[in-house]
Design a protein around this ligand. Sequence first.
Ligand SMILES: C[S@@+](CC[C@H](N)C(=O)[O-])C[C@H]1O[C@@H](n2cnc3c(N)ncnc32)[C@H](O)[C@@H]1O
Length: 384
Amino acid sequence: MALPRLFQPFPLQKMEREMTPFFWFHARKSLSLPLNEPSPSINCTSDRVCSLISPFPKKDVPMKKKEESQGSMCPRISFNHKSVLAKEVVDFLQPKPGMTILDGTLGGGGHAELFLKAGATVIGLDRDPEALAYASERLKIFGDRFIPIEGNYVNADKYLEAIGINKVDGILLDLGVSSYQLDTPERGFSFQKEGPLDMRMGNSSITAAEIINSAPLSELLSIFRNYGEEPRAMMMATRIIRERQHQSITTTTQLSSILAAGMPLGPRHPATRVFQALRIAVNEEITQLEEALPRLANILEPKGATGAGRLAIITFHSLEDRPVKKFFRKYSALEMDDPTWPAPRPNPNRIFALPKNWSLEASTEEISRNPRSRSARLRMAEHI
Ligand SMILES: C[S@@+](CC[C@H](N)C(=O)[O-])C[C@H]1O[C@@H](n2cnc3c(N)ncnc32)[C@H](O)[C@@H]1O
């Protein structure tokens, strides 16, 4: 697929004129923000990174301050992230020259690099500007075949449209946070490292501290139960409400000591589930995944002379895996059934065929090399 060069005047003007109102209508809807907010402006921080700048005021808690870069847009950060299930992803997506692959969760660019090395063109999306800057620097050797975009994969269809691409041959989502995000105390993801209670992957509207200090009991309970499957949700939520009446809860270690006080220390730290739940709530991870799945399927090339578009999704826990499994099953089933029907009927919505092994886990060898891969599951579907 021939790609237009980025940042020629026409695509940018076109994006400003035609794309952003739609983009912001949906963004505001999903963030429950008022629909009469101003539209974003397009900001090209270099001739290779295009970002949509939010018109909403910046939050009090700043994201980690980037270290000074020396003439390069890449912050000097050590991005310590090992890509999981990399061979399996490449075997399934089969990157090659002439193919365009959307990496919706670029991170450190590990998977993207393999696609690029195999000759494919890669559109790399990440909502985290630090990840995007790092990966852009790492992958700049691939020239125009690598197109980095700062943004949320839920809006991938709009970004592609804005750069003149309708369909892609492969899509990868490698969900969750990167090791870099987890290991950077200033990002506030880890209960083991002192940092602000932030947890935003990008410019999401709220921080974890805002939820912890202002959400009513019922909302804390629902977050801890639904996104953390925390059996002691009521106890955890009550402790937080009691503590915040005396002082604001603003740091990771402050919250983890409130949650862990007097609790037996087992193999799993008592704050683990609450931290996971908060991260998912702050970044709207599950709702955005559910919204993104049908939109991503729409931009996948259907089966043709050059093969079929393929969708690969790596999940790390059952909350992520459930909607993916359900979506793949629903749109690949040959038939649908209902207790009120005399017999099953052909599925009119079938768009996917699932490979025989459509769900893979990391090998024991990979788990020993990269313990983070132990909970990873790769789900795969092919457009028909
Ligand atoms: C597990 S890391 C990806 C690692 C990458 N595959 C690699 O090999 O280096 C997940 C990345 O996805 C990004 N991310 C998570 N949710 C996102 C979303 N809704 N839209 C865009 N990026 C997202 C995170 O910021 C993070 O950098």
